[in-house]
Design a protein around this ligand. Sequence first.
Ligand SMILES: N[C@@H](CCC(=O)N[C@@H](CS)C(=O)NCC(=O)O)C(=O)O
Length: 209
Amino acid sequence: MIDLYTWTTPNGRKVSILLEELGLPYEAHSIDIGKDEQFKPDFLAVSPNNKIPAIVDRDVGLKLMESGAILMYLADKTGKLLPASGEPRYRTIEWLMWQMGGIGPFLGQAHHFLHFNKGKAPYAEERYRNEARRLYGVLDRRLADRAFVADDYSIADIAIWPWISRFQWQEVDLADFPNVKRWYLDIVSRPAVQKGYHVPKFATDIPMP
Ligand SMILES: N[C@@H](CCC(=O)N[C@@H](CS)C(=O)NCC(=O)O)C(=O)O
């Protein structure tokens, strides 16, 4: 049994979608970051950086923060969605790290300036709007001749997809990135994605281009 500490955000949804894909039993615990619940001592004991998501694997007593580490751990625990060795493993990790170092932090800044604080910092809005488009361009080129970012559907796709689901906040029109749009819609059609998106609770329907 996995305890998942999460909220209705892209980083949280990565893990709930993966848990649904893997069919692992889990219990979701809401950490409402809008109410500063991430600073409560009980949560900090699991996630010392005061951010969701975090898990506790009750089977082995392991506490883990950082979504990339959690995705790798759960994939390795089950032997699914992350190849065990060789180039396919590192290709998957390469794109997972691209998400962790690029898509997550920079699209997060796009949300901050373009969605939550519109009009306050025109330079920052331009910077993160441009960076979002650059990242979408990289993803679009990667998906030009393949169905998924690595080889088969993997934790790399699961890490990237919830961020792309906020394309409206990033002022991105998916029609400008047809390969990303096709990949996005393929993944939307997966039952695990439709279920994992609404953990720990329903916030909005999945945005559709
Ligand atoms: N690198 C971390 C980032 C996690 C993160 O930024 N979580 C946000 C929600 S998406 C959060 O908990 N923010 C609360 C805070 O910063 O106080 C990961 O991938 O797990």
